[in-house]
Design a protein around this ligand. Sequence first.
Ligand code: SAM
Ligand code: SF4
Length: 331
Amino acid sequence: MTKILDAYSRKIDYLRISVTDRCNLRCVYCMPPEGIDLAKAQNILRYEEILRIANIACANGVTRIRITGGEPLVRKGIVEFIASLAATPGLEDLSLTTNGVLLKEYAWDLKAAGLRRVNVSLDTMSRERFKKITRGDNLKQVVEGIEEAQKAGLTPVKINAVAIKGFNDDEILDFARLSMSHPYHVRFIEYMPFDTTEGWQREKCISAKELKEMIERGVGPLEPVASGPDGGGPAKRFRFKDAPGEVGFISPVSEHFCGSCNRLRLTSDGKLRLCLFSDTEIDIRAPLRDGSPDEAIRDILFRAAFEKPEKHFINENFFKKCSRTMSLIGG
Ligand code: SAM
Ligand code: SF4
């Protein structure tokens, strides 16, 4: 099998696919209150187009796919799509990132369709604060969604919390303690610079190092966990002694992991995004729709990989915040 390699010999075996730019929440760090300008329906990739790209990618070395958005569970037909995607030859790991609002309803069907696991985004356990962060009143549904995903076996259930100074830093220890009472993998993500209404400021970002120190001081020592076969992705993984769950840190801002970057992103409007923090994108929608053969689509994947930047520049003075929000890029 051919393998997708980039110009720095990094093997590209992971594809993150955004299936929609729509969302049922409006997180302050991701979207303005009125939402964003959505793509016209005809510009969103159809499921069969995404399946074609996935098949070509998996025939060329991609083994892991994550479905994301926007909110992937708001797109009609998502379960049937997951079932078709799960049957892709060569695909070893299929996961999904969700805000959890609709997860209780979908968990068992997603599992039956072949989804292996979910990441649920949750930044607070307070109802009032949840309303402030997401501009929605859905905390109860999200918590029930997490519990249902665990019961359905979409495991390990990962809970992703964006740590923001002055916003939810007083809940960091409670989140970490969740991994002692539940088998969840709680992962703290550094607040990243996207062009959103609330505006990103470096001072609001809490580094993974600070977070770990805070947790060890307030809860107890963390032991490193070796990455399993599905890897931890870019997360540095730890566990409290005898805890059923884990605590992880993802540090794109304070300590980049570009040297081991193995991914390409496909946006819902059919662009291959080479790096989360670079606005360079390569169109794959037009070739899909103009009758191009599979070899031409494969070559676009190769080109996208080859043009991946060596690293991001968010810590340099010249860095400009990305013009597309996470909901459009497919976080
Ligand atoms: N709607 C789904 C969700 O929220 O899980 C999937 C898409 S969302 C864009 C993916 C992830 O991006 C979420 O975990 C969210 O917290 C994260 N995210 C969005 N904007 C971010 C930012 N400025 N910094 C860090 N993480 C961000
Ligand atoms: Fe929606 Fe996810 Fe963005 Fe929140 S982070 S607005 S849930 S896409």
